[in-house]
Design a protein around this ligand. Structure first.
Ligand SMILES: [Zn+2]
Ligand SMILES: [Zn+2]
Length: 345
């Protein structure tokens, strides 16, 4: 009786937390329901809710202290959440669950045209995201990438150490990371540093496996998401038909358009219960459409750049774009700093 609507409201908190109607400017409001009672739920119920969440639900809920506390005590909620979206693989090396969920589901900036996009990463290993338009030509348009053939990659250890993306024509790598990794490789060879060579080879192999698992998952996820989106759109049309308005008009409600996006993203089907919970808010928003400013934009996150801060300006170390490359660079090129700061995987 209690869990279902409450669960829904909390799960989709993200959909309206930042939305304020002009008539309720200073109040946290969930679909017209006062949110304060949710914050006083006991930890056991909070845990039950967290166990039902998708990865992005957890990202949003971890912004709220009472939820964050329970989530920190029960990190297994994350793997639970990942299994709810076609068993999303675990985070790659050096990434937390939170960073992982954001990287996979939050969208970001297109690396080619710099527009916001909801598209899933084009390359998990190179951390490149592209909008639907730029996707096809991305590898040709992006500066600083290098394509090598598979035999060439296998022949050069310096190359295999850098993160790479397998594409039809061969393998794509980023020049800066290749140069930084080749430098590390040379130093390791010069010093006959077998231990580091062994460790790094394994780190890179693990990272590559993680990224390949993510790429495999992506194919299944995108197919499933398309199917779920089509069904949710059908539901939307039915509701619009009953209200005798155009279905596209329903999406003019910021709350509803965010909810539809969140459901599609989490591969969840919209139902009558969901509509019943939000209909009052949605209809109010449609009436107010003209008075409202457009929904707030997601703050863009630039393509990750991890440049080494110990190296001087203008050097290759400064331009490293991959976290694992940076880690290995610091380990090999700045061993004393590395040891002093206890950097660890
Ligand atoms: Zn683009
Ligand atoms: Zn450096």
């Amino acid at each position: 009786m209690f869990a279902s609507p409450c669960l829904f409201v909390v799960r989709k908190w993200q959909s309206s937390i930042s939305f304020r109607t002009p008539t309720m400017p200073h109040r946290t409001c969930l679909f017209g329901i006062d949110a304060a009672p949710i914050l006083s739920i006991c930890p056991e119920i909070i845990l039950m809710i967290l166990r039902q969440c998708s990865p992005m639900d957890l990202v949003y809920l971890s912004d709220i202290a009472v939820f964050r506390k329970v989530l920190e005590d029960h990190p297994s909620c994350w793997s639970n959440a990942r299994s709810s979206v076609l068993s999303l693989p675990k985070p790659a090396l050096l990434f937390s669950e939170l960073q992982h969920a954001k990287m996979v589901f939050e969208g970001g900036i297109c690396a080619v045209c710099s527009n916001d996009t909801d598209e899933v990463m084009l390359s998990f290993s190179l951390k490149i995201r592209c909008c639907a338009k730029c996707k096809k030509t991305a590898y040709r348009q992006l500066p600083g990438l290098r394509t090598v053939s598979l035999p060439e990659l296998v022949a050069s250890r310096g190359l295999t150490w850098a993160p790479f993306q397998i594409v039809g024509r061969g393998v794509v790598l980023r020049n800066v990371d290749v140069i930084a990794m080749a430098e590390c490789y040379r130093v390791v060879q010069e010093k006959a540093d077998d231990i580091n060579e062994f460790i790094i080879t394994h780190l890179v192999a693990d990272q590559t496996d993680d990224c390949i698992a993510l790429e495999d998952w992506k194919g299944d996820y995108l197919r499933e998401k398309a199917a779920v989106s089509a069904q949710n759109t059908q539901f939307l049309r039915r509701i619009a038909g009953e209200l005798q308005i155009k279905w596209i008009k329903l999406l003019k409600s910021p709350t509803f358009s965010r909810i539809v996006n969140a459901f599609n993203r989490d591969l969840a089907l919209l139902g009558r219960m969901d509509w019943a919970l939000v209909s009052r808010q949605v209809l109010a928003e449609i009436r107010l459409t003209r008075a409202l400013s457009p929904p707030p934009r997601i703050i863009p996150v630039r393509t990750a750049a991890y440049g080494c801060q110990i190296c001087t300006e203008g050097t290759v170390g400064r331009q490293i774009s991959d976290m694992l490359t940076l880690y290995i660079h610091a380990r090999i090129m700045h061993p004393s700093y590395f040891a002093a700061h206890g950097l660890s995987v």
